[in-house]
Design a protein around this ligand. Sequence first.
Ligand SMILES: Cc1ncc(COP(=O)(O)O)c(C=O)c1O
Length: 424
Amino acid sequence: MGPDEILKFSLADFTYNDSRDVLTPPGDFDTWADDPRISVAMSFFEQPLQEAPTPRTTLGHRLSGEQRPMINLTSYNYLGLSTHPEVVQAAVEALEVYGVGASGAAMLSGTFDQHEAFCEELAEFKGTGGCMLFPSGYAGNLGAIQALMQKGDVLVIDSKCHRSIVDGAKLAGARLATFEHNDPASLDQQLERFEGKRRMVVVEGVYSMDGDVADLPALLEVCEAHEVPLYLDEAHSTLVFGETGKGLSEHFGVEGRVGVHFGTLSKSFGGIGGFVCADERLIRYMKCYASPFQFSCALPPAVVAAMRKSLEVARRDETLRRRLWRNVERFRENLEVLNLDLGDSCSQVIPIIVGANGEELITMAMAAQERGLYLQPIDFPAVEAHARRFRISVSAQLTEADIDEACNVIEDVIARPLGRVGAA
Ligand SMILES: Cc1ncc(COP(=O)(O)O)c(C=O)c1O
């Protein structure tokens, strides 16, 4: 691979390793990753935050080696619950009682009174008979899909579904079929194609790279016509959408028509863990066949105690959600004035789609960080090569001044270089 060719390659090109020794990465990968242009791009990965994931935080800036204050638009702490005083207090108090770890898998010694109480609270919140917890959201999708699907089944998923859903199908040995993003006609075709097979459809509430939402009423109609259940991943929509924060299913008033409600505790809840809510008998069955539930340590009880408090605070204090939506509106208004391409976003996840030029994306990201704005570039293959982007995670904790300052930087380092400012 010559220097001129380096930028023609991406992370999508090195999954096949042709070295004889499995412990030796592919030679081409090393050549590629050692190139200074790629090193700069990779420097955006794993930059260590020095403080809480709040809108004003300090970043260990990889390129300069300095610790820099930043406006942080990348964390999923949408409601600010990660640092909410009551949530932190609940964790501290539980740490004193339970210690740090669960020290066992949930089926054996890893279930504590905290886990049991939280499952009841989540099931009541989501309006289902049962609930089970997982060590992470990723593990939750993996385990739930593994438990529900088997060889010979077909998992029909939206083309933009998260990797954990794809990996769940692989673990289950089920066939994976995708339908065009949010397109009921395409879903209908795929269900038709696999008529006679056991099938399940998976969609997300809010799509994590685009910030658009599932057209649940139309998609459910298709599922019901084929008598196929819908599994709804509400990782980004729980506590954000719906009159009482139940999620997108509540927003559309279709909660009772969803077969499985998935959620994660790592986003609006401000912690870590995954949960699946469904019929009690189904949960009882799933617990016996979900490997990430059976063969991985349960969530620390102190984390569960904190997450119970997150749920309580989010249900009690509607102002958090209202403030989040006010901030989303202000962000959108500011960005629309800059004529930026925000895709079909209608949530707290707002992409700024820059286009096909990966070098330009990285140059902009560096300039933003130089100006104190922490905005992650999202490159191919995480998104399509023609639609590289930045992704803003709006937080209820942002002040109007934070948003305006962030948008001034975005105007200078993204909108102007793209020639958008003043464009019709
Ligand atoms: C749609 C979706 N599902 C599942 C997950 C996995 O959740 P976690 O990060 O809590 O493991 C994510 C994470 O980003 C996600 O966006």
